[in-house]
Design a protein around this ligand. Structure first.
Ligand SMILES: [Fe+2]
Length: 306
């Protein structure tokens, strides 16, 4: 079989399978491997979502796509994006082969790097994809990183994750360490989900989208603003950290911030709550924290003396 025909299609890319088999997390973006079908997937998704971005996305995101000079016709090259992005906020997009364990992910954010998938969904299944792909990561996330305050929110989340790793290490017995880490990671994952991935923001009296899960979804970006089936509430930390979520359908409950400064203050508060022990026993339920994520936090403790 000629595997080059598969190019860099999500879940079917030989280049990615090779990298994973070799244990390589950070990789290059082998641009020459994108097939015409891969480019067509980008073109179709970009073209159809652009009018919805103009209608529903927050203004900083729209400025972001201009500043990054996205080409509607071609999949972006990370190198080129980074030359525009780095001077604006110090952030860069860093190509990865796949799943990044939670602590390593947050620690990348602390270092102003955003782990980025380089595969793209199959041109025949543009609507639903359980795995992240470059349309989600590059078109949905990266434009937000052009905003300095939003970028600082991500860095601050990375710092909070480091605090979490330290706190978990403080407990004498393994069982207690495990329990605390599990609860805190759950709280962090929920916060990330309801803000960075699915957040709404009030903007000049209107409700706009800043969460990347919404920004990269042609259907949900309209649904989350227009549908009477969605509950939208001002963000409340005690609710967010105790609220389970499911990833395989449109979100029925979303939280609204007033500004990115407001969001930043929420992250500060999240850390205070953590230090006060208020995240040690959050409500059970989704997301389940897998062993890799747990280990990434528990093993991080020896390497966080800087
Ligand atoms: Fe994401």
């Amino acid at each position: 079989m000629d595997t080059s025909a598969l190019g860099l299609t999500t879940t079917k890319a030989p280049f990615i399978e090779d990298a994973k088999a070799k244990g390589e997390l950070y990789i290059r973006q082998p641009y020459e491997l994108y097939t015409e079908q891969n480019q067509e997937a980008w073109r179709r998704m970009y073209r159809r979502i652009l009018p919805r971005w103009r209608k529903y996305a927050n203004p900083r995101f729209l400025e972001g796509i201009d500043k990054l000079a996205f080409d509607p016709e071609r999949i972006p090259r990370l190198e080129e994006i980074n030359t525009f992005l780095e001077p604006l906020s110090g952030f860069s997009a860093k190509a990865v082969s796949g799943y990044v364990p939670a602590y390593i992910f947050f620690d990348c954010l602390r270092g102003r790097a955003f782990p980025t998938t380089i595969t793209i969904r199959d041109v025949n299944t543009l609507d639903y994809l359980p795995e992240p792909d470059l349309f989600h990561d590059i078109a949905g996330h990266v434009p937000m990183h052009t905003d300095r305050v939003f970028a600082d929110v991500l860095v601050r989340l990375g710092e909070v994750a480091r605090t979490a790793a330290r706190l978990s290490a403080d407990l004498p017995d393994e069982h207690a360490r495990f329990r605390r880490a599990e609860s805190i990671i759950k709280a962090l994952a929920r916060f990330f989900w309801f803000t960075v991935e699915f957040g709404l923001m009030r903007s000049n009296g209107d409700l706009k989208v800043y969460g990347s899960g919404l920004l990269s979804s042609y259907g949900e970006i309209a649904h989350c603003i227009e549908s009477p089936d969605v509950q939208r509430y001002p963000i409340q930390l005690e609710w967010v950290v105790n609220q389970y979520f499911e990833i395989d359908h449109y979100q029925p409950l979303l939280f609204v911030v007033d500004s990115f400064d407001h969001l930043f203050r929420q992250v500060d508060e999240l850390e205070r709550w953590m230090l006060d022990g208020r995240l040690d026993n959050v409500s059970p339920g989704e997301p389940t924290i897998n062993e890799q994520d747990m280990r990434s936090f528990l093993e991080a403790t020896t390497a966080t003396n800087d």
